[in-house]
Design a protein around this ligand. Sequence first.
Ligand code: TMP
Length: 239
Amino acid sequence: MVKRKMIYEGKAKQIFSTDQDDQVIVHFKDDATAFNGQKKGQITGKGKINNKISNFFFELLEEKGIKTHLIKELNERDSMVKKVDIILVEVVMRNIVAGSLSKRIGIEEGVVLDKPVLEYYYKDDNLGDPLINNFHIEVLELATGSDLEKINEMAFKINKILKEFLDKREIDLVDFKLEFGYTGDGEIVLADEISPDTCRFWDSNTKEKLDKDRFRRDLGDVESAYKEMLKRIIGKGEL
Ligand code: TMP
């Protein structure tokens, strides 16, 4: 399959067209940004690790009945995926208080929530991805009420599957962000990525942060945290 031309460049990935209208290639970069692009940097080897981890999780989810955009991994940094119309809602699922939730509700990081909390953010960089609710989503026509129900159901199921998998590897799944899209035939599938860029992972014993918060908060050892997550997930820390 040939990469034709770049049709989109995001902060961490590039999207290329292919000779198939309904398929695109995702290329994972080492670039990292935070705070809506205000902080910029590189995490050496991140692209390869995120491609591998995300594909691993998407395959695990597919096995458990969650439809995803993934078709196949092509090489260390590239994957073939179904071309989708991304729904402009970022779905965040939280099991433990951290990050913006801690600030918003005034509860310290680390408090375990009695049940998972689902949030929606409007995917719009110019607005800084504001928190929105189901009424905003319907009024803005980002998704219908019934599509949102499907998305919620998928998000809770994904949380359960990932949490169960990571618990066994002594990782706390603190929170994570999901994106969904419509395929050509109108099916809702999980898209984007699930990686240390888009999740908070804490070592269950030491509570050490093993995700992009190390970059966001200048905690150091960013590369080794990504490698450690790769090791916990696929069993080896090198590719
Ligand atoms: P938050 O606490 O900053 O709102 O982040 C919640 C989760 O969403 C966390 O796992 C990191 C992830 N996330 C992204 O993937 N992209 C983003 O732009 C932001 C702000 C958070």
